[in-house]
Design a protein around this ligand. Structure first.
Ligand code: HPA
Ligand code: ZN
Length: 336
């Protein structure tokens, strides 16, 4: 939420797939540079295909587009291009997901993926803090996740956590109990997508089997009253992505998104952008959707931003300081 003369609401971005920031123009630029053939006639043709019916219809094009990411420099530019946008949107801290299996399977070395992303992060360290969360692809075998974690071990000083993403239904969290046990033993913070398309029982499993410290999405938790009571009692953070949920058909329209109900239920929710190059906007646009599409008040927007810092893996003093900045934020004249 940017306003002329008014600083944007300070916030943390905790649910962002860095590969989901690959804009169509960049897909074409990298395809040219790396001599990758694209099955699209133009940027407009590619963008016109961003009409999704469900998570899988998005994932198909999301993974296909990644074929243009080949070198350490490509990954550095991807992270840099995203982080450059952050100050203008009030994003002070980012915990970004990346999908190494989608790259190593194409022959890109883990060293180039992590090295490139950290080059980008380091280049913007003066403006925005950022960490990496390595996601396992849940529609691939658990053994592949275990091999991926082993391949990442030399780089763990630059990775703050592990996550679980990709096609949810039919791939419950319990499939990954062993690799999450190992990741936690290595000191990595566990998070997982659950309750996006999958049932509330997957949210329970993510808590019980994987020991997650945050649930990504979690919107279907509302179907289980006992789970809602547990999430409220434990103040479990839920990273909610309104525009993503609409674009993937998880909710029928922005006005029907359960975010207000989640806030009213006392859940520890924050708002994020998931795959902004595909779903129509970055953090500021998702906050604007919460305000304009869902009628959230300024006070509720401040709460979402405070929650985002509290749910982050920053140290306690920094979290408190940034949450206070969010609480003190005042919208200016015009759009907040
Ligand atoms: N859900 C699951 N996996 C993903 C997503 C998502 O929204 N984006 C990128 N990988
Ligand atoms: Zn996601």
């Amino acid at each position: 939420m940017t306003t002329t003369g008014t600083p944007p609401l300070p916030k943390a971005e905790l649910h962002l797939h860095i590969e989901g920031t690959l804009e169509p123009e960049t897909v074409f630029a990298l395809a040219r540079r790396n001599d990758v053939a694209l099955p699209y006639a133009s940027v407009e043709d590619l963008r016109a295909r961003y009409e999704f019916t469900d998570l899988q219809s998005f994932l198909d094009i999301y993974y296909a587009n990644m074929a243009v990411l080949r070198t350490r420099e490509d990954f550095a530019e991807l992270a840099s291009a995203y982080l450059r946008r952050c100050p203008g949107q009030g994003v002070r801290h980012v915990e970004m997901f990346f999908d190494p299996q989608a790259h190593t399977a194409r022959g890109v070395p883990m060293a180039d993926v992590v090295g490139g992303l950290t080059d980008g992060i380091d280049a913007h360290a003066a403006d925005v803090s950022a960490g990496l969360i390595l996601c396992f692809l849940r529609d691939q075998p658990a053994a592949d996740a275990e091999a991926t974690l082993r391949a990442a071990e030399p780089y763990l000083d630059r990775i703050i956590g592990v996550g679980l993403d990709s096609a949810e239904v039919g791939h419950p969290p319990s499939k990954f109990t062993a690799v999450f046990d190992r990741a936690r033993a290595l000191g990595l913070k566990p998070v997982a997508h659950a309750g996006e398309e999958g049932p509330a029982s997957y949210v329970r499993e993510a808590l019980d089997e994987l020991g997650v410290l945050r649930v990504d999405h979690g919107i279907r938790s509302l179907e289980d009253d006992d789970l809602v009571a547990r999430l409220r009692r434990d103040r479990t953070p839920l990273t909610v992505c309104p525009l993503s949920n609409v674009r993937l058909g998880c909710v029928p329209g922005i006005g029907l998104h359960p975010l207000p109900e989640m806030l009213d239920a006392g859940l520890n929710v924050s708002v994020h952008s998931d795959d902004p190059a595909y779903f129509g906007g970055y953090a500021d646009t998702n906050y604007a959707a919460a305000r304009d599409g869902l009628g959230l008040t300024t006070d509720q927007l401040r709460t979402l931003a405070e929650n985002s810092f509290a749910a982050s893996f920053l140290d306690e003093a920094t979290k408190t300081m940034l949450a206070l900045r969010a609480r003190e934020w005042k919208p200016g004249p015009g759009p907040a």
